[in-house]
Design a protein around this ligand. Structure first.
Ligand SMILES: *[C@@H]1O[C@H](CO)[C@@H](O)[C@H](O)[C@H]1NC(C)=O
Ligand SMILES: *[C@@H]1O[C@H](CO)[C@@H](O)[C@H](O)[C@H]1NC(C)=O
Length: 649
């Protein structure tokens, strides 16, 4: 540093008896500045200096001062920097000799160099940086760098100032070497969340006039400590989610903030429920707080969830909140039909209103989705009655008839009122059991049968048949011959009937000529208890066989004697001589008789009426004709084979 000093004061010149002289001059004087009037101070005149060739001798040292012999004065030859010359050593002086010749003599000269305030205090660095935790306690000390001022005495460093002084104050410690240690002491706690960076200026001042100073910037980064817990934006969050929501559905977001910095402010979310099933149902994104569904909801099992969520910063501070999740019902359950009790079989005699089945309906859905209506198909003799909420009975509502319908498949269908509606159905098979309410019925209202006479006894004549609409034993038909009598003889001596098969057998051989027909009743009876029966009339007609030959009633054939008929000689042609009368006890063709002339004395004289058996002349009787004429007439029935008799005249 240079200073222009316009005025200066020459200090007192001291000559000592041994040819020594001292001066004092401030540093930094300009070249040519007068240091002292050496001629006068040494008591020499200028001539002696000139003649003696006076000069300055500095030896190996640098020559800061020169001699002006003309003027007998010492002048500054070269600018003197006290700090360069002496550092902090005081006092600081330049020593040299004035040497003369003729005669040779020398004088020692000491020039003291006094300090001027030409150096400000300086710091080695313009700035220093600190990183201080906000948790630093009051009284914590931070070493600062000292400043240096090359000047000495009052011109050198005197004190320090630190600004601003909100958080820190300065403390100086005197060192053994007289310097001062500078410390910055925390007097008010730091708070990173309010102020994370502080800039201070440390100023060092000296005592010179005018005063000089140097500054250094102090930058403090406030280091975060985890002094703030996370805070949720809400204590309770709400979410709704449909029970059929797919896995991965977002339920809600929770959010917490943390005033701290970096890791201390980094929040991790987690679900803290332990005992319930929440953690199987929901997960939280630990970074962004998204609550997601990961399980399958079922409104019918659980309608609300409370998720406890914790936010935690890296330093371990936490906050918690609740997420209330409401599950929204959808119509996902069809009604369940539960058979509480059922008959699989019911008697056809059951009265109307007989309970067949009791049913309970369950639909776990809520409200309309769980309201159920049940119905059965029409046109069956059953109705579904609702007894109380969700309970139904299936009852008969008219008479049953096993013979008309022996089995019912009754489908009960139940539907809820959701849109779309869900329904389910169940089919009940109900068998109708038999009672003996039907009598056997013959296939015909009456029977007629024919049997040819002369049958072999035990011949089966024919079969009657009755059926019974009932079932099993109630339908097992037995045939019974009803007692009656024929001409005073029990009918059972004519016919018998097989109880199982209804086959009617003859018991005897019939003779048409004795009995042509007869009738009796057959009863058909079922195996019910009590049994039911019906009866039918059976008429048996006996058919004729040609078992009788014609019998000649006239002329009466007695013991071989012939019957004589008289014919007058005058009888005309066609005269009725006689008539053969025959009968046949058979009937029909078997009794249809024809007459033929078999033998005759004179075949040309008589003829026999084929139908009526009349014997007539067919020519005039003459005298030539024999008195006795013999005729044999054969009477023949028309049976197959025919039977015949002879009549002789
Ligand atoms: C009832 O259902 C059963 C089984 O499907 C079937 O065999 C039977 O024929 C049905 N009965 C009626 C009367 O429809
Ligand atoms: C036979 O049936 C009729 C009705 O068909 C009935 O009136 C009569 O009493 C029955 N006779 C016997 C003996 O059962």
């Amino acid at each position: 540093m240079r200073r222009q000093v316009q005025l200066f004061i020459l200090l007192l010149v001291v000559c000592d008896a041994f040819g020594q002289v001292s001066y004092s001059v401030p540093e930094e004087m300009a070249k040519g500045t007068l240091v002292g009037n050496i001629a006068q101070d040494l008591g020499l005149d200028v001539k002696r200096l000139k003649l003696g060739n006076a000069r300055v001798y500095s030896g190996d040292n640098r020559e800061y001062v020169e001699l002006n012999a003309e003027r007998g004065a010492l002048l500054i030859r070269e600018r003197i920097d006290r700090e360069a010359l002496c550092g902090d050593t005081t006092p600081c002086a330049v020593h040299f000799q004035i040497v003369l010749e003729n005669p040779m003599e020398f004088y020692s000269v000491t020039v003291e160099i006094t300090d001027i305030n030409d150096n400000p205090p300086t710091f080695e660095k313009n700035e220093i940086k600190f990183i201080i935790s906000e948790s630093a306690v009051v009284g914590a000390k931070f070493d600062l760098e000292r400043a240096v001022d090359l000047d000495v005495g009052t011109n050198t460093l005197q004190s320090y100032v630190l600004k601003p002084s909100d958080n820190f104050m300065l403390k100086l410690h005197n060192q053994a070497d007289g310097t001062k240690n500078v410390e910055m002491v925390l007097q008010k706690p730091l708070d990173r969340e309010k102020n994370d960076f502080i800039a201070l200026v440390l100023t060092a001042v000296d005592g010179g006039e005018p005063q000089m100073s140097g500054t250094m910037q102090i930058f403090i980064s406030v280091l975060d400590v985890n002094d703030n817990a996370p805070v949720f934006t809400q204590q309770v969050y709400k979410g709704t989610v449909s029970e059929n929501a797919t896995k991965g559905t977002t339920v809600t977001f929770v959010r917490a903030s943390d005033a701290d910095h970096g890791l201390n402010g980094k929040i991790t979310y987690s679900i803290t429920n332990t005992l319930d099933d929440v953690r199987h149902m929901f997960e939280i994104n630990d970074e962004n707080g998204e609550v997601k569904l990961i399980g399958r909801l079922d409104y019918e099992k659980k309608r609300h969830f409370q998720i406890n969520v914790r936010a935690r910063d890296n330093g371990g501070l936490t906050d918690s909140c609740k997420v209330i999740v409401d599950v929204v019902d959808i119509n996902d359950n069809e009604p369940t039909i539960k058979i509480m009790s059922k008959s699989t079989i019911i008697s056809e005699s059951a009265k109307p209103n007989t309970v067949v089945t009791m049913i309970n309906i369950q639909d776990p859905d809520s409200d309309e989705y769980g309201k159920v209506q049940c119905f059965i198909s029409d046109n069956i003799p059953f109705v579904l009655k609702s007894t109380s909420n969700n309970f139904y009975t299936l009852v008969t509502d008219s008479d049953l008839d096993r013979e008309r319908a022996s089995e019912y498949n009754i489908t009960v269908t139940c539907s809820d009122e959701g849109v779309p509606s869900l329904s389910s159905s169940v089919t009940l098979t109900l068998h109708i059991s038999d009672i003996n309410d039907n009598a056997p019925v013959f296939e015909r209202s009456s029977y007629e049968a024919y049997i040819v006479e002369n049958n072999t006894p035990s011949l089966s004549i024919f079969t009657v048949k009755a059926t019974d609409a009932d079932w099993n034993q109630n339908a097992r038909v037995s045939y019974i011959l009803e007692d009656s009598s024929l001409n005073g003889v029990p009918v059972s001596s004519y016919v018998s009937i097989s109880a199982d098969s209804g086959v009617i057998h003859a018991v005897r051989s019939f003779d048409y000529e004795q009995i042509k027909d007869f009738h009796f009743r057959v009863k058909a009876q079922d195996g019910g208890s009590p049994p039911l029966s019906s009866n039918v009339t059976v008429k048996i007609m006996i058919q004729d066989q040609n078992d009788n030959p014609p019998q000649v009633l006239y002329p009466v054939q007695t013991g071989g004697s012939l019957v004589a008929e008289m014919v007058p000689r005058s009888a005309d042609v066609g005269y009725l001589v006689t008539k053969v009368v025959a009968v046949d006890v058979d009937s029909g063709q078997n009794a249809w008789l024809s007459y033929k002339l078999q033998k005759a004395t004179d075949r040309a004289l008589f003829e026999v009426g084929l139908q009526n058996g009349e014997i007539r002349t067919i020519r005039q009787v003459t005298d030539k004709d024999a008195v006795k004429q013999r005729l044999t007439v054969i009477v023949e029935d028309n049976g197959q084979p025919s039977r015949s008799s002879y009549s002789h005249c």
